[in-house]
Design a protein around this ligand. Structure first.
Ligand code: PMP
Length: 356
């Protein structure tokens, strides 16, 4: 018998594993998890009931085409059903987008720092990542991104608002950028945090997609809708991109629980968006308090704030944890802190005030 291991693709060497935000320490003092940009509110009763009802059938495969959910999304956003493609979280849809557009020798571009999954899913496809640094103000440098486009560029992510900085690009600059992108390059507007945007100059990607066949918009039920644990996201894109997504998606990748809970969430949108409004108030309070404490914090349009702490990052993360708040450190760069329940935010602010 051969002693050799199975041969794996060489491109997998050196791909880091996606690192989830740390959970709150079990058995610790008060431990709030502000490390994964989750929604702190528990599921709505009606949403829970729809999931429980679906659970009674989990000996069956789900509806692979997500028919009810796709119809509901298409109606809610005023787009054709053929332009909606669902997936296992929006990260699953993002992975399908890369698999559909870029392979070895092709380039996938995004700002850096941005969502940690982009380099991983690009590398899994064998594509080359092109990372364009954010400006000093931690905003997308769209001019530099336009200049970095080459013959090999296949897909560009614009994370708007950006994770982990919370900063957002505005309509005029985004439209100017889109005008400069060749029509055979796909631009993915990752709007995982769209519902938290309050700056009226930040465009709704779904409006931009309507007149631009090379623009796809990514949305998720994980954040504003509070279904992170159910794994459901979607893209709105023209044909043939949406058709390619349906082809490359993991078969049955969205459970019936997730589909039914997502439909129920869209139907309960008023109540859920009311909660988002409260989180936005909390976000503004946290942001203003940090500024008053003397911190430099970029304007955030998402459900988190970004503190560029450099070498003090690990020390501050440890201080937060000691106080009972788990945050998300990016070694040597900074700290991302999700807006949670008021007590958690207060605990964090208290720690930040003492640390400054
Ligand atoms: N895009 C961005 C910008 C994110 O921050 C996240 C989650 N952290 C996702 C996509 C993926 O979310 P999900 O897979 O839960 O839809």
């Amino acid at each position: 018998m051969s002693e050799k291991s199975p041969r794996l693709r060489a491109e997998l060497d050196g791909i880091p594993t996606y690192k989830p935000g740390r959970p709150a320490a079990a058995g610790g003092p008060v431990a709030y998890k502000l490390s994964s940009n989750e929604n702190p509110y528990p599921p709505l009763q009606g949403v829970l009931e729809s999931a429980v009802a679906a659970a009674g059938n989990f000996n069956r495969y789900p509806d692979m085409a997500c028919t009810g959910l796709v119809n509901e999304i298409a109606e809610r956003f005023g787009v054709p059903v053929e332009h909606v493609a669902t997936g296992t979280g929006s990260v699953g849809v993002a992975q399908s987008l890369i698999q559909s557009t870029a392979g070895p020798g092709d380039e996938v571009m995004y700002a850096w720092r941005s969502f940690e999954a982009y380099p991983i899913i690009a590398q899994i496809s064998g594509a080359t990542s092109v990372q364009v640094p954010l400006t000093e103000g931690d905003v997308h440098d769209l001019d530099a991104m336009a200049e970095a486009i080459t013959e090999r560029t296949r897909l560009i992510f614009v994370c708007n608002p950006n994770n982990p900085t919370g900063t957002a690009v505005r309509r005029a600059e985004l439209e100017r950028f889109l005008d400069r992108v060749p029509s055979d390059v796909l631009v993915v507007l990752d709007e995982a945090y769209r519902e938290f945007v309050r700056d009226a100059d930040v465009p709704d990607g779904i409006e931009l997609y309507r007149s631009r066949p090379n623009v796809a918009v990514l949305r998720t039920f994980s954040k504003a809708y509070g279904l992170a644990g159910l794994r459901v996201g979607f893209a709105v894109a023209h044909e043939p991109v949406a058709a390619a997504l349906r082809k490359t998606a993991v078969p049955f990748g969205v459970s019936q629980l997730a589909q039914d809970a997502a439909v129920a969430s869209l139907r309960a949108e008023d109540e859920l968006l009311g909660r988002v409004g409260s989180l936005v108030c909390e976000r503004n309070r946290v942001h203003e308090t940090l500024l008053a404490q003397g911190w430099t914090v970029p304007d955030t349009q998402a459900n988190f704030v970004w503190l560029r702490l450099g070498e003090r990052t690990a020390e501050f993360a440890a201080a937060c944890e000691k106080a009972g708040v788990v945050v998300r450190p990016f070694a040597g760069e900074g700290l991302r802190v999700t807006i949670g329940e008021t007590e958690a935010n207060d605990l964090f602010l208290h720690t930040a005030g003492a640390f400054f």
